[in-house]
Design a protein around this ligand. Structure first.
Ligand code: AP5
Length: 214
């Protein structure tokens, strides 16, 4: 299955993508994770991306489109993937259409996780991510197994762009640049709206139902 996960920052895209990928046996392709990995590795691309990410702005289209095109051409993505955080602009969506058409593929569903803005800041400021596994926790809603430690005792990290003022800028970018994709995919009959508020398991169930798996 070729899937896209959309939604504002902190909607639960990464959390639900991890669950769905484990269930479907397909890779999670997160542009945010790929850009953070490049930044950590100190590559030229990572340094360029950091100028945008640290202030909550979108990284230029040509940078992320190249990353995604390369990633979904890998053998492990032949049976499908969950694109988490891509596309985020109309130009990215149009490029994705072209890349998939050239490979004789097409999207099956675009899932929109809907969460009101007033819940976002609390979600994001309470987020902790496992250093080794990348497992996403929340100090209140999905607490780690140990105080300040994840599974296997791994360290927990906070993201540098999870400060409140940067989160507000990320929300503004979402409204201006990414929200127009809702209409783009709705007119193509691909959009599946899922309420992102509630217990994690209930949202996973709703999501599976929305894509016709459960
Ligand atoms: P990215 O990493 O994609 O960040 P984002 O879209 O802002 O989304 P988040 O990762 O913050 O949230 P999420 O929806 O995955 O929520 P999560 O599951 O973690 O992008 C970061 C930056 O990279 C961008 O700002 C941009 O600069 C750049 N970038 C990335 N892709 C790009 C692209 N395509 N084009 C250009 N630039 C790009 O959940 C959040 C918290 O809530 C967690 O603590 C979780 O435990 C908790 N939670 C989840 N579900 C629930 C629930 N139901 N109830 C209570 N808590 C919950």
């Amino acid at each position: 299955m070729d899937l896209v996960f959309m939604g504002p920052p902190g909607a639960g895209k990464g959390t639900q993508a991890q669950r769905l990928c484990a269930r479907l046996g397909v890779p999670q392709v997160s542009t945010g994770d790929m850009l953070r990995a490049a930044r950590k590795a100190g590559t030229e691309l990572g340094r360029k991306a950091d100028e945008y990410m640290s202030t909550g702005r979108l990284v230029p289209d040509e940078v992320v489109i190249g990353l995604v095109a390369e990633r979904i051409a890998q053998p492990d993505a032949r049976g499908g993937y969950v694109l988490d955080g891509f596309p985020r602009t109309v130009a990215q969506a149009e490029s994705l259409d072209r890349i998939l058409a050239a490979a004789g593929r097409q999207l099956d569903h675009v899932v929109l996780l809907e969460v009101p803005d007033e819940l976002i800041v609390e979600r994001i400021t309470g987020r902790r991510t496992g250093e080794t596994t990348g497992r996403i926790y929340h100090i209140k809603y999905d607490p780690p197994p140990f105080p300040n430690r994840g599974e296997g005792g791994e360290r927990l990290l906070t993201r540098s762009d999870d400060r409140e003022e940067v989160v507000r800028q990320r929300l503004a970018e979402y409204a201006a640049m990414t929200a127009p994709l809702v209409a783009y995919y709705a007119t193509r009959g691909l959009l599946r709206r899922v309420d992102g508020v509630g217990a994690l398991d209930d949202i996973t169930t709703a999501l599976l139902r929305a894509i016709g798996v459960a």
